[in-house]
Design a protein around this ligand. Structure first.
Ligand code: KIV
Ligand code: ZN
Length: 389
Protein backbone atom coordinates (compact mmCIF):
# COMPACT_ATOMS: atom_id res chain seq x y z
CA UNK A 1 0.00 0.00 0.00
CA UNK A 2 1.36 3.42 -0.88
CA UNK A 3 1.02 6.44 1.33
CA UNK A 4 0.15 9.57 -0.64
CA UNK A 5 1.81 11.78 1.98
CA UNK A 6 5.16 10.01 1.61
CA UNK A 7 7.71 9.80 -1.19
CA UNK A 8 8.86 6.44 -2.53
CA UNK A 9 12.58 5.70 -2.09
CA UNK A 10 14.09 3.11 -4.39
CA UNK A 11 16.33 0.49 -2.77
CA UNK A 12 19.44 -0.46 -4.75
CA UNK A 13 21.19 -3.41 -3.16
CA UNK A 14 24.88 -3.93 -3.86
CA UNK A 15 25.60 -6.87 -1.52
CA UNK A 16 26.68 -8.96 -4.51
CA UNK A 17 29.01 -6.27 -5.91
CA UNK A 18 30.32 -3.78 -3.29
CA UNK A 19 29.53 -6.20 -0.45
CA UNK A 20 31.33 -9.07 -2.10
CA UNK A 21 34.33 -6.77 -2.68
CA UNK A 22 35.10 -6.91 1.07
CA UNK A 23 38.24 -8.95 1.54
CA UNK A 24 37.24 -12.50 2.42
CA UNK A 25 33.55 -12.18 1.55
CA UNK A 26 33.67 -13.99 -1.79
CA UNK A 27 30.55 -16.03 -2.51
CA UNK A 28 30.11 -19.02 -4.78
CA UNK A 29 27.98 -18.93 -7.93
CA UNK A 30 25.16 -20.86 -6.22
CA UNK A 31 25.30 -18.61 -3.15
CA UNK A 32 25.05 -15.48 -5.31
CA UNK A 33 22.01 -16.87 -7.11
CA UNK A 34 20.38 -17.73 -3.79
CA UNK A 35 20.99 -14.23 -2.34
CA UNK A 36 19.76 -12.57 -5.54
CA UNK A 37 16.57 -14.66 -5.32
CA UNK A 38 16.00 -13.54 -1.72
CA UNK A 39 16.65 -9.87 -2.61
CA UNK A 40 14.18 -10.10 -5.49
CA UNK A 41 11.58 -11.74 -3.24
CA UNK A 42 11.92 -9.13 -0.49
CA UNK A 43 11.16 -6.31 -2.94
CA UNK A 44 14.60 -4.82 -3.65
CA UNK A 45 14.08 -2.51 -6.65
CA UNK A 46 17.55 -2.83 -8.17
CA UNK A 47 20.11 -5.58 -7.58
CA UNK A 48 23.69 -4.75 -8.48
CA UNK A 49 24.65 -8.32 -9.24
CA UNK A 50 28.38 -7.90 -9.90
CA UNK A 51 31.16 -6.47 -12.01
CA UNK A 52 30.99 -8.54 -15.22
CA UNK A 53 34.45 -7.66 -16.58
CA UNK A 54 36.13 -8.57 -13.28
CA UNK A 55 36.14 -12.32 -13.91
CA UNK A 56 34.45 -15.12 -15.83
CA UNK A 57 32.73 -16.11 -12.59
CA UNK A 58 31.30 -12.63 -12.04
CA UNK A 59 30.11 -12.47 -15.65
CA UNK A 60 28.35 -15.83 -15.35
CA UNK A 61 26.75 -14.92 -12.03
CA UNK A 62 25.41 -11.60 -13.36
CA UNK A 63 24.06 -13.29 -16.54
CA UNK A 64 22.34 -16.03 -14.57
CA UNK A 65 20.86 -13.60 -12.04
CA UNK A 66 19.62 -11.47 -14.96
CA UNK A 67 17.88 -14.48 -16.51
CA UNK A 68 16.19 -15.48 -13.24
CA UNK A 69 15.08 -12.17 -11.75
CA UNK A 70 11.32 -11.87 -11.49
CA UNK A 71 10.83 -8.24 -10.55
CA UNK A 72 14.08 -6.48 -9.67
CA UNK A 73 16.07 -4.43 -12.16
CA UNK A 74 19.41 -6.19 -12.65
CA UNK A 75 22.43 -3.95 -12.81
CA UNK A 76 26.10 -4.58 -13.53
CA UNK A 77 29.07 -2.31 -12.87
CA UNK A 78 31.44 -1.06 -15.57
CA UNK A 79 34.40 1.34 -15.53
CA UNK A 80 34.42 4.23 -17.99
CA UNK A 81 35.57 2.33 -21.08
CA UNK A 82 33.74 0.63 -23.95
CA UNK A 83 35.12 -2.85 -23.18
CA UNK A 84 33.75 -2.82 -19.62
CA UNK A 85 30.43 -1.42 -20.74
CA UNK A 86 30.01 -3.95 -23.58
CA UNK A 87 30.81 -6.83 -21.22
CA UNK A 88 28.38 -5.49 -18.66
CA UNK A 89 25.63 -5.23 -21.27
CA UNK A 90 26.35 -8.79 -22.46
CA UNK A 91 25.61 -10.00 -18.93
CA UNK A 92 22.64 -7.83 -17.92
CA UNK A 93 20.84 -7.81 -21.29
CA UNK A 94 19.06 -11.06 -20.31
CA UNK A 95 17.13 -9.32 -17.56
CA UNK A 96 13.54 -8.20 -18.03
CA UNK A 97 14.75 -4.85 -16.74
CA UNK A 98 18.52 -4.35 -17.21
CA UNK A 99 20.66 -1.43 -16.05
CA UNK A 100 24.28 -0.47 -16.82
CA UNK A 101 26.11 1.35 -14.02
CA UNK A 102 29.27 3.11 -15.17
CA UNK A 103 31.60 5.20 -13.01
CA UNK A 104 34.83 7.15 -12.91
CA UNK A 105 36.73 8.73 -10.03
CA UNK A 106 36.27 12.51 -10.34
CA UNK A 107 38.11 13.86 -7.26
CA UNK A 108 41.66 15.23 -7.68
CA UNK A 109 43.12 12.10 -6.05
CA UNK A 110 41.19 9.80 -8.35
CA UNK A 111 41.78 11.86 -11.50
CA UNK A 112 45.51 11.50 -10.89
CA UNK A 113 45.36 7.71 -11.25
CA UNK A 114 44.50 7.55 -15.00
CA UNK A 115 46.32 10.89 -15.23
CA UNK A 116 43.47 12.67 -17.00
CA UNK A 117 42.94 16.42 -17.09
CA UNK A 118 39.49 17.72 -16.17
CA UNK A 119 38.71 18.23 -19.88
CA UNK A 120 39.92 14.77 -20.87
CA UNK A 121 37.83 13.19 -18.13
CA UNK A 122 34.79 15.23 -19.18
CA UNK A 123 35.17 13.87 -22.75
CA UNK A 124 35.51 10.34 -21.40
CA UNK A 125 32.30 10.69 -19.39
CA UNK A 126 30.43 11.99 -22.43
CA UNK A 127 31.63 9.14 -24.68
CA UNK A 128 31.08 6.31 -22.21
CA UNK A 129 27.66 7.35 -20.97
CA UNK A 130 26.54 7.91 -24.59
CA UNK A 131 27.84 4.43 -25.47
CA UNK A 132 26.05 2.82 -22.50
CA UNK A 133 22.83 4.64 -23.37
CA UNK A 134 22.99 3.39 -26.96
CA UNK A 135 22.93 -0.15 -25.55
CA UNK A 136 20.45 0.22 -22.68
CA UNK A 137 17.77 2.75 -21.83
CA UNK A 138 18.49 2.49 -18.10
CA UNK A 139 21.95 3.92 -17.31
CA UNK A 140 23.37 4.93 -13.97
CA UNK A 141 26.46 7.11 -13.73
CA UNK A 142 28.63 7.66 -10.63
CA UNK A 143 31.38 10.21 -10.00
CA UNK A 144 33.43 8.07 -7.61
CA UNK A 145 34.66 10.02 -4.56
CA UNK A 146 32.04 12.68 -5.30
CA UNK A 147 32.18 14.01 -1.75
CA UNK A 148 35.85 14.99 -2.25
CA UNK A 149 35.38 16.36 -5.78
CA UNK A 150 35.57 20.13 -6.41
CA UNK A 151 32.04 21.55 -6.47
CA UNK A 152 32.30 23.16 -9.93
CA UNK A 153 33.80 20.07 -11.50
CA UNK A 154 31.21 17.81 -9.86
CA UNK A 155 28.41 19.95 -11.33
CA UNK A 156 30.08 19.95 -14.72
CA UNK A 157 30.47 16.15 -14.85
CA UNK A 158 26.95 15.48 -13.59
CA UNK A 159 25.58 17.78 -16.29
CA UNK A 160 27.59 15.97 -18.98
CA UNK A 161 26.35 12.58 -17.80
CA UNK A 162 22.72 13.76 -17.79
CA UNK A 163 23.05 15.24 -21.29
CA UNK A 164 24.66 11.99 -22.52
CA UNK A 165 21.60 10.04 -21.32
CA UNK A 166 22.19 8.87 -17.75
CA UNK A 167 18.86 8.21 -16.05
CA UNK A 168 20.20 7.87 -12.50
CA UNK A 169 23.01 9.96 -11.02
CA UNK A 170 24.62 8.33 -8.02
CA UNK A 171 26.67 10.46 -5.64
CA UNK A 172 29.10 8.15 -3.81
CA UNK A 173 30.74 8.95 -0.51
CA UNK A 174 33.39 6.42 -1.46
CA UNK A 175 35.56 6.76 1.64
CA UNK A 176 32.85 7.49 4.22
CA UNK A 177 34.06 11.07 4.61
CA UNK A 178 30.89 13.15 4.60
CA UNK A 179 28.58 14.03 7.51
CA UNK A 180 24.76 14.22 7.52
CA UNK A 181 24.30 17.98 7.05
CA UNK A 182 26.83 18.03 4.23
CA UNK A 183 25.28 14.94 2.62
CA UNK A 184 21.82 16.56 2.52
CA UNK A 185 23.19 19.88 1.23
CA UNK A 186 25.27 18.29 -1.49
CA UNK A 187 22.28 16.56 -3.07
CA UNK A 188 20.00 19.56 -2.54
CA UNK A 189 22.50 21.92 -4.20
CA UNK A 190 23.18 19.57 -7.12
CA UNK A 191 19.47 19.27 -7.85
CA UNK A 192 19.07 23.05 -7.64
CA UNK A 193 22.15 23.84 -9.75
CA UNK A 194 22.70 21.27 -12.49
CA UNK A 195 20.60 21.75 -15.66
CA UNK A 196 18.43 18.69 -16.30
CA UNK A 197 18.75 17.44 -12.69
CA UNK A 198 14.97 17.29 -12.31
CA UNK A 199 14.77 14.72 -15.12
CA UNK A 200 16.90 12.08 -13.39
CA UNK A 201 16.88 10.19 -10.11
CA UNK A 202 19.62 11.11 -7.64
CA UNK A 203 21.09 8.26 -5.59
CA UNK A 204 23.19 8.15 -2.45
CA UNK A 205 25.93 5.56 -1.93
CA UNK A 206 27.62 5.80 1.46
CA UNK A 207 30.47 3.96 3.14
CA UNK A 208 30.72 3.61 6.89
CA UNK A 209 34.30 4.59 7.70
CA UNK A 210 33.16 7.07 10.37
CA UNK A 211 30.03 5.10 11.32
CA UNK A 212 27.75 7.62 9.59
CA UNK A 213 26.61 5.71 6.48
CA UNK A 214 23.00 5.27 7.59
CA UNK A 215 22.68 8.87 8.82
CA UNK A 216 24.33 10.20 5.65
CA UNK A 217 22.04 8.15 3.38
CA UNK A 218 18.89 9.31 5.16
CA UNK A 219 20.15 12.91 5.10
CA UNK A 220 20.75 12.60 1.35
CA UNK A 221 17.14 11.47 0.95
CA UNK A 222 16.01 14.54 2.87
CA UNK A 223 18.12 16.55 0.41
CA UNK A 224 16.25 15.02 -2.54
CA UNK A 225 17.91 11.66 -3.33
CA UNK A 226 15.31 9.00 -4.14
CA UNK A 227 17.57 5.95 -4.42
CA UNK A 228 19.60 4.52 -1.53
CA UNK A 229 22.47 2.15 -2.31
CA UNK A 230 23.07 -0.35 0.47
CA UNK A 231 23.97 -3.90 1.40
CA UNK A 232 22.58 -6.54 3.73
CA UNK A 233 24.25 -6.33 7.17
CA UNK A 234 26.21 -3.33 5.85
CA UNK A 235 28.64 -5.75 4.20
CA UNK A 236 31.27 -3.89 2.18
CA UNK A 237 34.85 -2.76 1.86
CA UNK A 238 36.65 -1.50 4.99
CA UNK A 239 33.90 -0.51 7.50
CA UNK A 240 31.21 -1.48 5.01
CA UNK A 241 28.33 0.18 3.15
CA UNK A 242 25.03 1.57 4.35
CA UNK A 243 23.03 -1.30 5.87
CA UNK A 244 19.78 -1.97 3.99
CA UNK A 245 17.94 -3.10 7.13
CA UNK A 246 18.85 0.13 8.96
CA UNK A 247 17.68 2.65 6.36
CA UNK A 248 14.53 0.67 5.56
CA UNK A 249 13.52 0.26 9.21
CA UNK A 250 14.41 3.88 10.04
CA UNK A 251 11.98 5.08 7.36
CA UNK A 252 9.34 2.60 8.53
CA UNK A 253 9.63 3.36 12.25
CA UNK A 254 10.19 7.15 11.95
CA UNK A 255 7.79 7.91 9.11
CA UNK A 256 6.72 10.92 11.19
CA UNK A 257 10.03 12.73 10.56
CA UNK A 258 11.23 10.73 7.53
CA UNK A 259 8.18 10.83 5.24
CA UNK A 260 9.40 8.16 2.82
CA UNK A 261 8.55 4.55 2.10
CA UNK A 262 10.13 1.61 0.26
CA UNK A 263 8.83 -1.53 -1.41
CA UNK A 264 10.72 -3.83 0.98
CA UNK A 265 8.91 -6.65 2.78
CA UNK A 266 10.65 -6.11 6.10
CA UNK A 267 9.55 -9.48 7.49
CA UNK A 268 12.17 -11.05 5.19
CA UNK A 269 15.05 -9.08 6.74
CA UNK A 270 16.19 -11.53 9.40
CA UNK A 271 16.31 -14.52 7.09
CA UNK A 272 18.40 -12.78 4.42
CA UNK A 273 20.66 -11.28 7.08
CA UNK A 274 21.43 -14.76 8.38
CA UNK A 275 21.99 -16.16 4.89
CA UNK A 276 24.36 -13.32 3.92
CA UNK A 277 26.28 -13.75 7.20
CA UNK A 278 26.59 -17.44 6.52
CA UNK A 279 27.62 -17.34 2.85
CA UNK A 280 29.98 -14.37 3.23
CA UNK A 281 31.54 -15.75 6.39
CA UNK A 282 31.05 -12.32 8.04
CA UNK A 283 29.14 -12.85 11.31
CA UNK A 284 26.81 -10.08 12.46
CA UNK A 285 27.97 -8.31 15.61
CA UNK A 286 25.70 -9.05 18.60
CA UNK A 287 24.64 -5.43 19.09
CA UNK A 288 24.16 -4.59 15.38
CA UNK A 289 21.03 -2.48 14.84
CA UNK A 290 17.98 -4.45 13.62
CA UNK A 291 19.67 -7.81 12.91
CA UNK A 292 22.11 -8.35 15.80
CA UNK A 293 21.46 -11.26 18.17
CA UNK A 294 20.80 -8.75 20.97
CA UNK A 295 18.70 -6.27 18.95
CA UNK A 296 15.52 -7.72 20.47
CA UNK A 297 16.99 -9.33 23.61
CA UNK A 298 16.58 -8.13 27.19
CA UNK A 299 18.40 -9.29 30.30
CA UNK A 300 18.10 -6.59 32.93
CA UNK A 301 15.31 -7.04 35.50
CA UNK A 302 13.86 -3.56 34.97
CA UNK A 303 13.75 -4.01 31.20
CA UNK A 304 12.33 -7.53 31.42
CA UNK A 305 9.63 -6.44 33.84
CA UNK A 306 8.72 -3.52 31.57
CA UNK A 307 8.69 -5.77 28.50
CA UNK A 308 6.41 -8.29 30.18
CA UNK A 309 3.92 -5.51 30.95
CA UNK A 310 4.16 -3.63 27.64
CA UNK A 311 6.65 -4.41 24.88
CA UNK A 312 6.73 -0.77 23.80
CA UNK A 313 8.56 0.20 26.99
CA UNK A 314 11.89 -0.96 25.58
CA UNK A 315 11.24 -1.84 21.92
CA UNK A 316 10.54 0.65 19.14
CA UNK A 317 9.90 -2.06 16.55
CA UNK A 318 8.00 -5.31 16.75
CA UNK A 319 10.28 -8.34 16.31
CA UNK A 320 7.71 -9.75 13.83
CA UNK A 321 8.28 -6.71 11.58
CA UNK A 322 11.81 -7.91 10.81
CA UNK A 323 10.92 -11.60 10.68
CA UNK A 324 11.57 -12.69 14.26
CA UNK A 325 8.91 -14.65 16.07
CA UNK A 326 9.39 -13.05 19.48
CA UNK A 327 11.45 -10.88 21.80
CA UNK A 328 14.23 -12.78 23.48
CA UNK A 329 14.09 -12.58 27.27
CA UNK A 330 17.60 -13.69 28.24
CA UNK A 331 17.92 -15.11 31.73
CA UNK A 332 21.08 -13.94 33.47
CA UNK A 333 22.27 -12.32 36.68
CA UNK A 334 20.46 -9.05 35.88
CA UNK A 335 17.07 -10.75 35.51
CA UNK A 336 14.35 -10.27 38.10
CA UNK A 337 11.68 -12.38 39.75
CA UNK A 338 8.93 -11.37 37.32
CA UNK A 339 10.95 -12.57 34.34
CA UNK A 340 11.82 -15.83 36.10
CA UNK A 341 8.16 -16.47 36.91
CA UNK A 342 7.13 -15.76 33.31
CA UNK A 343 9.92 -17.90 31.82
CA UNK A 344 9.06 -20.83 34.11
CA UNK A 345 5.41 -20.48 33.17
CA UNK A 346 6.38 -20.73 29.47
CA UNK A 347 8.31 -23.88 30.36
CA UNK A 348 5.24 -25.37 32.07
CA UNK A 349 6.03 -24.62 35.74
CA UNK A 350 3.65 -22.46 37.75
CA UNK A 351 5.22 -22.06 41.18
CA UNK A 352 3.76 -20.83 44.43
CA UNK A 353 5.47 -17.73 45.88
CA UNK A 354 7.61 -19.65 48.39
CA UNK A 355 8.78 -22.12 45.71
CA UNK A 356 9.59 -19.28 43.35
CA UNK A 357 11.61 -17.55 46.08
CA UNK A 358 13.65 -20.67 46.60
CA UNK A 359 14.30 -21.18 42.87
CA UNK A 360 15.09 -17.48 42.49
CA UNK A 361 17.88 -17.66 45.12
CA UNK A 362 19.44 -20.68 43.43
CA UNK A 363 18.96 -19.11 39.97
CA UNK A 364 20.94 -16.00 41.07
CA UNK A 365 23.75 -18.20 42.44
CA UNK A 366 23.93 -20.02 39.14
CA UNK A 367 23.69 -16.80 37.09
CA UNK A 368 26.69 -15.39 38.96
CA UNK A 369 28.71 -18.33 37.68
CA UNK A 370 27.27 -18.51 34.10
CA UNK A 371 26.92 -15.78 31.45
CA UNK A 372 23.49 -17.01 30.43
CA UNK A 373 21.07 -19.39 32.14
CA UNK A 374 19.37 -21.63 29.60
CA UNK A 375 15.94 -23.24 29.72
CA UNK A 376 17.48 -26.61 30.66
CA UNK A 377 19.29 -24.98 33.60
CA UNK A 378 15.99 -23.54 34.84
CA UNK A 379 14.22 -26.88 34.53
CA UNK A 380 17.07 -28.50 36.49
CA UNK A 381 16.72 -25.86 39.23
CA UNK A 382 12.98 -26.46 39.54
CA UNK A 383 13.13 -30.24 39.43
CA UNK A 384 16.15 -30.47 41.80
CA UNK A 385 14.18 -28.33 44.26
CA UNK A 386 11.19 -30.67 43.93
CA UNK A 387 13.34 -33.79 44.65
CA UNK A 388 14.62 -32.41 47.95
CA UNK A 389 11.18 -31.19 49.14
O1 KIV B 1 32.06 3.52 -3.34
C1 KIV B 1 32.02 3.79 -4.55
O2 KIV B 1 32.37 4.89 -5.00
C2 KIV B 1 31.56 2.74 -5.45
C3 KIV B 1 31.34 3.14 -6.87
C4 KIV B 1 31.80 2.12 -7.81
C5 KIV B 1 29.92 3.54 -7.07
O3 KIV B 1 31.28 1.64 -5.02
ZN1 ZN C 1 31.06 1.71 -2.81
Amino acid sequence: MTDQTKDRVVIFDTTLRDGEQSPGATMTHAEKLEIAGLLDEMGVDIIEAGFPIASEGDFNAVSEIAKNAANSVICGLARANFKDIDRCWEAVQHAKRPRIHTFIGTSPLHRAIPNLTQDEMADRIHETVTHARNLCDNVQWSPMDATRTEWDYLCRTVEIAIKAGATTINIPDTVGYTAPVESANLIRRLIATVPGADEVVFATHCHNDLGMATANSLAAVEGGARQIECTINGLGERAGNTALEEVVMAMKVRGDILPFYTGIDTTKIMNISRRVASVSGFPVQFNKAIVGKNAFAHESGIHQDGMLKNAETFEIMRPEDVGLTETNIVMGKHSGRAALRSKLKDLGYELADNQLNDVFVRFKELADRKKEVYDDDLIALVTAGADTD
